[in-house]
Design a protein. Structure first.
Length: 369
């Protein structure tokens, strides 16, 4: 007697927490099963069979709450890469052993066990169905892929990293084809944050980033015949604004905005009617309970290449966006920003060149009763 699957995934598949991943199974017994149990991480889920005796289980709800327990916060907002430049982000990756039991009356319980892997991400379901996205990943860069290459950008004074997924512990070679510098790094199973700059004046080893475009070949021992190519544009100057966000692939994207606007407004929290005395006994018929101040922050990036647009499109759908600020001691500070509306504005200014605008807001507490 055995558990028979009509839909399942490989133990090497990398499943996204933002999508439904459904398994379907049954018993090969001639006797109808009474129920099944799916158990992992100390929890058990009992399932009733359908009319055909088949069972269906969706990992989505049970898994997303566990991988996203930190509310999507970046656990590496303050790093010092003078000693460590690669951090394993255990908050965004989960490998579990799942036990599936089928209970058949008067027969021995049928048990099947398998490992499943999950990472914080959202898979484009249409691209997956069309065959442009897959889940059988051994090693990958966690940025949007454009014509088999990856793109990000930053300034020469900010913390800057990119994320790698690795199926197991391995060695990865980084080679900057722009200036010839290279570095071998050790990565561990799961999601690895590779910091190239930390905003404290430190760079990773001898891998130097030049101002302008840096084309970096990223090669894993696990998949040495298929290197990934990461294009990092470094922009000089301290007048720019930098945003960082959790992208749909499960890594963090960065973008430099040349212009920032600020619009100020206020909102009264509530009013109190002063009707407890005669009209000449108070200054006004109503009193304010307090005022909150709201600042709308507009960010504009000019002459954005079409190969950078997929990354920016993920910005408006991100659950976590940060703006880079500088503290009085010169160290970086990432401050969370919230979108007023999930909108962006693109204006084509040339062949495959666009201006990009987006608006966030921040609030500041004023006086209150």
């Amino acid at each position: 007697m055995a558990v028979i699957f009509t839909k399942n995934y490989l133990d090497t598949d990398l499943l996204s927490t933002g999508n439904s991943w459904v398994i379907k199974f049954a018993s090969d017994s001639a006797i109808a099963p009474s129920y099944a149990r799916v158990a992992f991480l100390g929890e058990a889920f009992n399932i009733d069979p359908d009319l055909n005796g088949d069972f269906t289980f969706d990992f989505y709800t049970a898994i997303s709450n566990k991988v996203n327990a930190n509310n999507f916060n970046d656990q590496q907002n303050d790093v010092d890469i003078s000693t460590v430049s690669v951090y394993n982000d255990g908050s965004t990756y989960l490998k579990i052993n799942v036990s599936i039991s089928v209970f058949v009356p008067n027969l021995q319980t049928q048990i099947y066990s398998q490992e499943y892997r999950f990472k914080t991400s959202v898979l484009d379901e249409e691209a997956y169905e069309l065959g442009f996205k897959n889940i059988d990943s051994v090693f990958d860069v966690l940025l949007p892929e454009v014509s088999e290459e990856f793109y990000t950008q930053g300034t020469d004074t900010q913390p800057l990293d990119f994320s790698l997924y690795s199926e197991s512990d391995t060695i990865v070679q980084l080679f900057n084809e722009t200036n010839g510098t290279n570095k071998n790094i050790d990565v561990t199973e799961g999601i690895n944050r590779v910091f190239l700059q930390d905003g404290r004046g430190n760079e990773i080893g001898v891998l130097t980033l030049d101002e302008g475009l840096n084309r970096i070949r990223v090669t894993s021992v696990l998949d040495s015949l298929n290197p990934r190519y990461l294009n990092i544009t470094i922009k000089g100057g301290s007048c720019c604004s930098v945003l960082k966000w959790l992208n749909l692939e499960g890594g963090f994207g960065y973008h430099v905005f040349q212009h920032k606007t600020e619009d100020y407004s206020s909102k009264t929290r509530d009013f109190i009617e002063n009707d407890y005395a005669t009209f000449d006994a108070y200054e006004s018929s109503t009193s304010s309970t307090g005022v909150d101040m709201i600042t709308l922050l507009g960010f504009t990036s000019i002459r954005v290449g079409s190969n950078e647009l997929p990354s920016l499109e993920g910005l408006i759908s991100s659950p976590k966006v940060y703006q880079l600020l500088t503290k009085s001691d010169g160290l970086p500070l990432w401050k969370e920003r919230v979108f007023k509306k999930g909108e962006m504005r693109l204006k084509q200014t040339g062949k495959n060149v666009f201006d990009f605008e987006i608006e966030t807001f921040k609030t500041k507490k004023g006086y209150r009763l």
